[in-house]
Design a protein around this ligand. Structure first.
Ligand SMILES: Cc1cc2nc3c(=O)[nH]c(=O)nc-3n(C[C@H](O)[C@H](O)[C@H](O)COP(=O)(O)OP(=O)(O)OC[C@H]3O[C@@H](n4cnc5c(N)ncnc54)[C@H](O)[C@@H]3O)c2cc1C
Length: 401
């Protein structure tokens, strides 16, 4: 069995694992990244048709680690977010509040990028890095922490040592399972239907979140410079029972449904892509750390897709971990020991918990059919419209400021 020596092992080459790897290789850290599924060659990974709204702090981090220029031409700026409430009886928009980037003194709230583009460009960048060792189609079977390092053995009989393991292998993490770290999971009995639409009215770089019981419907503008017309990506959250309803998998019926469900805000809509569905859960790992190991991103926390909080929260994990490692290197201190792990835990635990709780409460309120809650949604938006300070505070929280 060959022994490979590195500084950090990252399990999982999703967006989070690759961003983490890029930031670390930039400062001379040797990274081994293990990805379970092979991409492209044998198509074992299904293409992710989703797009991600990356908020301003995430874009700053992309710039900081020198990757933003790769994405700029694919990115759709998000100038404002309009939150609306639909009247349960008339199905017309009865209240709305628009959050403008200028209110926070920034030019844009963020950018929307297709997940496929993010992964492909990051992979290309990483594969040309000298400090990066990529192991595809393999996964960790044994983890043995020692006093000064940790050794892993993979299914493909590779043996790797490092100072630290970063588990970024997603919501079904096998690293978390291997170490018997418990998880808390809350299932909303909700599905997110994801697809793209072409619409009659220009989106004007606005994103919409339209609330009605069963869950919100989010429209995020797409970069359409290459196409004729106006396009947005949709995340439509509905009860689980709709999962097998053929109406929601039929493009013609769904086009009709979504035109009405969005209160005609973008005029007539036509579904232009495949339709995918994702179960909606909140999931939290019972711990963010274990011996010589950190659980990162969706391995540690899964949030309902509201307000673009999921990956944006993960980028804060990555940023914090990157700064901590950079600081330790500068001070000639250990990475991966107990002091290091505790420092990371202290920097993230409370922040992740409060974000998860807020998104959970928001989703429960969005789902509720209770007329009082519907009124709270309606009058809450009117209140924010008329109260600059509260509006700014809500924006600051949503934007991680
Ligand atoms: C419908 C929807 C819309 C969303 N929209 C937004 C948005 O607009 N903004 C936002 O911030 N967030 C959004 N999110 C959340 C965001 O998509 C996720 O946070 C993000 O994709 C998760 O990335 P990740 O790298 O943490 O995990 P993953 O993408 O799951 O990556 C994990 C990687 O690990 C690999 N892997 C799995 N098992 C193993 C193993 N045993 N060993 C090695 N590798 C393994 C997987 O193949 C994968 O490559 C949305 C989520 C959903 C469901």
């Amino acid at each position: 069995m060959n022994l490979i020596e590195t500084d950090v092992i990252i399990c999982g080459a999703g967006i989070s694992g690759l961003l983490m790897a890029k930031s670390l290789t930039n400062i001379g850290i040797k990274v081994a990244c293990i990805e379970k599924y092979k991409r492209q060659k044998d198509n074992t990974i299904e293409t992710d048709l989703r797009s991600t709204a990356l908020l301003d702090p995430a874009i700053s981090f992309f710039r900081e680690i020198g990757v933003w220029e790769k994405f700029e031409r694919f990115a759709q700026p998000l100038n404002s977010l309009v939150i609306c409430n639909l009247d349960p009886k008339t199905e017309e928009i009865n209240s709305s509040c628009e959050f403008f980037a200028e209110e926070l003194g920034i030019n844009v709230l963020g950018y929307n990028l297709p997940n496929k583009v993010i992964i492909e460009e990051l992979q290309k960048l990483m594969k040309s890095s000298r400090n990066f060792f990529y192991l595809e189609g393999d996964y960790v079977e044994h983890i043995t922490p020692r006093s000064f390092d940790v050794v892993i053995k993979t299914k493909g009989k590779k043996q790797i040592t490092s100072k630290l393991i970063i588990a970024a292998d997603g919501r079904h993490s096998n690293v978390r399972e291997l170490l018997n770290i418990k998880k808390f999971k809350y299932d909303y009995n909700q599905q997110a239907f994801v697809f793209n639409i072409k619409h009659k009215i220009n989106h004007d770089s606005k994103s919409y979140e339209i609330y009605k019981s069963e869950g919100p419907c989010t429209l995020v503008p797409l970069n359409t410079s290459k196409f004729n017309g106006h396009f947005s990506s949709v995340v439509l959250m509905l009860k689980d029972t709709k999962k097998n309803d053929k109406n929601f998998l039929n493009k013609k019926n769904l086009s009709h449904f979504i035109t009405k469900r969005t209160g005609y805000i973008l005029g007539e809509c036509t579904v232009t892509s495949e339709i995918r569905s994702f179960p909606i859960i909140t999931q939290a790992s019972s711990s963010l750390i274990s011996e010589r190991l950190i659980l990162l991103a969706e391995t540690a926390h899964v949030l309902p897709p509201i307000g673009a909080q999921g990956l944006n929260t993960s980028i804060h994990d990555i940023k914090n971990l990157f700064y901590l490692i950079e600081k330790k290197l500068k001070n000639n201190e250990e990475i991966g020991d107990n002091v290091f792990l505790k420092e990371y835990d202290n920097s993230r635990k409370l922040k992740i918990t409060s974000r998860m709780l807020s998104v959970h409460i928001l989703n429960k309120m969005a789902m509720s059919k209770n007329p009082t809650i519907s009124n709270i949604r309606k009058y809450g938006l009117s209140f924010l419209n008329g109260n600059k300070i509260s509006k700014k505070n809500v924006m600051k929280f949503g934007m991680f400021q």
